[in-house]
Design a protein around this ligand. Structure first.
Ligand SMILES: [Zn+2]
Length: 174
């Protein structure tokens, strides 16, 4: 492919690491992001495969991590589920007003309720993924750190015997 500068060709490579703010959750994608870089002007085009699958896998990973969820993270997880505030509230047995206050960091929910929400979220997101409900059942919450959380490292993994054309999916890096 020729670059729009007309002097160079776009050369394709795979970035060993790429950090992306998905809006509420930051991920570090390992060995999966394709970059097309012009040999002449240095123009870069980044391609992240299966962005929606990445958001769902990142939400699943975050729900299994013990820091209390921030409002932005709750919004991220809800969007990864492709739910409106109303849908999410109904699915989680919360009022829409409560979800709104939670997402805006005005009022959180109790630890017992948050555990239940996480169980539900993981059940809804875990199709085809390894997920152990005991991780959440045994979880001792810790406060959300002031400095935020480090990026979640994500990789593409092969899924054997999958029916669809694409036999890879996103997973948290071990
Ligand atoms: Zn160029």
């Amino acid at each position: 492919m020729r670059c729009k500068c007309k002097n160079g060709l776009m050369e394709r490579s795979v970035k060993p690491e790429h950090t992306e703010d998905l809006g509420g959750i930051v991920v570090k994608v390992l060995n999966a992001v394709v970059v097309n870089r012009c040999s002449s002007c240095g123009e870069e085009m980044i391609g992240i495969p299966d962005l929606q699958g990445l958001a769902r896998a990142a939400a699943l990973a975050r729900a299994q991590s013990p820091e209390r969820l921030s409002g932005k993270e709750v919004r991220f997880i809800r969007r990864a589920l492709d739910q409106t505030q109303k849908d999410f509230a109904e699915a989680m047995d919360l009022s829409a007003e409560h979800v709104s206050r939670w997402e805006n960091d005005h009022k959180g929910i109790g630890a017992a309720s948050e555990k239940l929400v996480r169980h539900n979220v993981c059940a809804l997101l875990s199709e085809g993924c390894e997920y152990d409900p005991k991780t959440i059942a045994n979880m001792q919450f810790i406060p959300y750190p002031d400095e935020g959380l480090p990026p979640i490292e994500m990789v593409r993994v092969r899924v054997p015997h999958r029916q669809s054309e694409d036999d890879t999916m996103w997973s948290e890096a071990a």
